[in-house]
Design a protein around this ligand. Sequence first.
Ligand SMILES: Cc1cc2nc3c(=O)[nH]c(=O)nc-3n(C[C@H](O)[C@H](O)[C@H](O)COP(=O)(O)OP(=O)(O)OC[C@H]3O[C@@H](n4cnc5c(N)ncnc54)[C@H](O)[C@@H]3O)c2cc1C
Length: 464
Amino acid sequence: MTEVSDDLGVLRSAIGGPVFGPGDTGYDEARSIWNGDIDRRPICVARCTSAGDVGSALGFARDRELEVSIRGGGHAYSGTSVSEGGMMIDLSAMNHTSVEPETGMARVGGGATMAHLDAATQAHGLAVTGGVISHTGVGGLTLGGGMGWLTRLAGLSIDNLESAEVVLADGSVVRASDDEHPELFWALRGGGGNFGVVTEFEYRLHPVGPEVNLGLFFWSLDDGAAALHVCEEFIPTLPARAGCLIAAGMCAPPEPFVPEQFRGMPGHALIIAGYSSAAEHAATVAPVRDALAPLFEFVTPIHYTGLQQMLDGAAPWGILGYEKALDLDALTDEVIAVIVERAPRKSSPLSFMPIFRLDGAFTAVGEDDTAFGGARTPHYVCNITGMSDAPEVFAADRAWTRSIWEALRPLSSNQGSYVNFMAEPDEDRVRAAYGPGKYDRLAAVKAQYDPDNTFHLNANIRPA
Ligand SMILES: Cc1cc2nc3c(=O)[nH]c(=O)nc-3n(C[C@H](O)[C@H](O)[C@H](O)COP(=O)(O)OP(=O)(O)OC[C@H]3O[C@@H](n4cnc5c(N)ncnc54)[C@H](O)[C@@H]3O)c2cc1C
C-alpha cells in the first residue's frame, strides 16, 4: 500500500483530472458516497476527465494489482463504487450533456446525475426515463435498468439507450450499439457495471413537459388496507401518459401543501404524474379521491424537473441507508396484510416502502431484448428502504427492512428483483434476479469482455 502511495505521481501525470490519496485535501470528499453507512478508504481516487484517463487509470491499477471500483453518481446502497485499499475510478467530472432536439437524442457523460440529464433535455421539452431522486447517477442507474416516473410512458432507461462508449478492462475504447459489439450492448442494458466503464450514454428522448401534472393522495395508517386496495384497482387503469409510485409507510413531509396537523404523520401515499393536459389529469385522478377520501391531497401543475426533484429531501446525501426489494405480480390481500401490519413498525421517519409499477411501454419490450433482470409483464418492484442519521435507529430499521422482505418473500414472483435495489448484492440474489438463461448469457459476455473479472464490485456476474 505504501509503495503505491509513493507511486501516485505516475498516475497524476497520466490523467487529466486530479488524483486524491489519503492525506490529500479533497480525499475525504472524493471517497464519500451517498450512503453514509459506507466508510471505506481507497488507496487513491482517480477523477477521470476522458475515456483516455479511464484507460490510463485501469492500466495503473492492473500493473499494481489494485482492486478497481467505478463511481458514477455514488448512489448505490451497496457502496460498490468505493473499495477498501483499492482504486476508485471517479467519473463525477464526466458529466457533460449535449442534446440534439432535431433528432431527439442526448449524449451524456458516464458520471452525470439525473439532475444534469434532466436540466439539459428539459431545455428542449424532452426527457428520458430516469430515477425519482435527482442526485442519482445516470451510470449505475442506466446499467441496471433505470425506472422512474416515465417507465409506463417510455420504458426503462435502457429501453431508450441507442449506444454507449465503453472503456474495456484492457483500456481499449469501443462503441456498443445494435450494430457494433451487439452482445456487449445487450449486456450493458441491465447487466450493471460488469463489462466496462461507460464514459458516454446516448439516449432517445421523448416530448415531456416542461409543465406536467402531479396528483398526490395521502391516507392514514388506519385506512392502509383500503388505500392499497384502491392502488391495486386504480393503477392498471392509468392512461399511457401517466406514471405512478406508491409510498407505503411514508411520513407526510413538512411541506406547505400538507395541513399542519398531518406533517410527520405516517401513512400511505399514491403519487401520480400526468403528461397530458391539466383537465385530463384531473379526470384521471378523480376516481382515486372518489374511491377513498384521503387525509389530504395535492393536485397541481409542476415542472418536470420539479417532479424529478420532489423526493430529493426524502433520501438526503450522507444518510445511513439499507434496502431490499422483491417483485410482486399484484397487491393481493396477503401482500397488503403484510404491508399494513409491518410498515408502521419502522423507527425512522425517513424509512418507507417505495413501490414502483412496471407496465405500459415497459411491457412492449421483449424479455430477451435486453439483459434486464425481471419479467417484462406488468408487475410491481417493491422496495423496502431503511434510512436514518442515527446509528441505533438505523440498526432497528435495517432489521425492519429485512423482516418485511422475509414476510413478503413467499408472495413474491422474483426475490432477486431489480439489481439496483440490492444493498447486499449476493450471488444467489443476482442469479435469481436474472434467472438461469439470462445469467448464463451474461456470463458468456463477461468471459469475452472482462475474463479476469476486473469489474467485480457490483451485482457481479462471474465470467463463464
Ligand atoms: C435514494 C435512492 C433512490 C433511488 N431511486 C431509484 C429510482 O427511482 N430508479 C432506479 O432505477 N434506481 C433507483 N435507485 C438505485 C440506483 O439506480 C442505483 O443505486 C445506481 O447504482 C445508482 O447509480 P450511481 O451511478 O449513482 O451509483 P454508483 O454508486 O456510482 O455506482 C454503482 C455501480 O454502478 C456501476 N457504475 C456506475 N456508473 C458506471 C459507469 N459509468 N460505467 C460503468 N459502471 C458504472 C459500478 O459497478 C458501480 O459499482 C435509487 C437509489 C437510491 C440510493
